[in-house]
Design a binder for this molecule. Structure first.
Ligand code: HPA
Length: 272
């Protein structure tokens, strides 16, 4: 079975539970899991009920979809994502995003916790993703292509919607939170980067580094969806500060900023 047939089968398993058609898909990164509680009249579907949906093995990541209304918009929220470093294929990593698009979502909002490469970034800041570097991880489009999903060679010259970046900046200003604009680089993990790698990524033009998001953005753009990405800067990347990095610290920083991050997201969803 190819990756697209898997999406269709996953779609059938969701359709056995609900006929809800979302307009907006939101992927919640570390620290933002509680955001799903803001959804009104939620319909929750656990990943174990969705055929082919990989299980998250990481603390702080639930695996489920939450359908409902947020600020008057019909949304589906992916609460907890799966990562390449957990051992899954990229086609499995992006299955939830493709599924949410197949179910109707026209806009995809991706969030994550990331390390700040730009030395001016502080833990707790947000960064609207303006561009990305994904060449350090395999493409989610590798393998057979399904032209009904998108073209074999999709254009990636504008992955992140300038319209939504502007809205995110406006929302951050209202919430009183610093919002940078920058380039996100996805790495495979699970080890954090070395200071040497971070210096190299800086030369390449990256401002923040993480282990998700870019492949999901590719899958959504392949399907012609409008994409927004916001990184929560959880820590200065390796070598930018002297501190060793830990997942616990990342989670703590992400949790601390989660509420304000949520305010920005709600603003964007309302105004989009
Ligand atoms: N590197 C990679 N991924 C991350 C980091 C980091 O420093 N912080 C949070 N996610």
């Amino acid at each position: 079975m190819n990756a697209y047939e898997m999406v269709r089968i996953a779609e059938e398993s969701v359709r056995k539970v609900t006929s809800f058609v979302p307009d907006v898909a939101i992927v919640l990164g570390s620290g933002l899991g509680a955001f799903a509680e803001e959804v009104e009249n939620p319909i929750v579907i656990g990943s174990d009920r969705i055929s082919g949906y990989a299980k998250s093995t990481i603390s702080g990541h639930l695996g489920r979809l939450v359908f409902g209304t947020l600020r008057g918009k019909k949304v589906v929220i992916q609460q907890g994502r799966v990562h390449y470093y957990e051992g899954y294929e990229m086609s499995q990593v992006v299955l939830p995003v493709r599924l949410m698009c197949a179910l109707g979502a026209k806009t995809v909002i991706l969030t994550n916790a990331a390390g700040g490469i730009d030395p001016s970034y502080k833990a707790g800041d947000l960064m609207a993703i303006t561009g990305q570097i994904s060449q350090f991880v395999p493409s989610p489009l590798r393998g057979e292509n399904d032209d009904e999903f998108g073209p074999r060679f999709p254009d990636m010259s504008c992955v992140y919607s300038p319209r939504l970046i502007a809205l995110a900046k406006e929302g951050a200003a209202k919430a009183g939170i610093t919002m940078h604009e920058g380039v996100y680089i996805q790495v495979s993990g699970p080890q954090f980067e070395t200071p040497e790698e971070i210096r190299a990524f800086r030369v390449l033009g990256a401002d923040a580094v993480g282990m998700s998001t870019a492949v999901e953005a590719i899958a959504a753009r392949h399907m012609g969806r409008e994409v927004m990405g916001i990184s929560l800067i959880a820590n200065p990347a390796a070598g930018i500060s002297e501190e060793p990095l830990s997942h616990e610290d990342v989670k703590r920083a992400a949790d601390a900023a989660g509420k304000k991050f949520g305010e920005v997201l709600k603003f964007v969803v309302e105004k989009m």
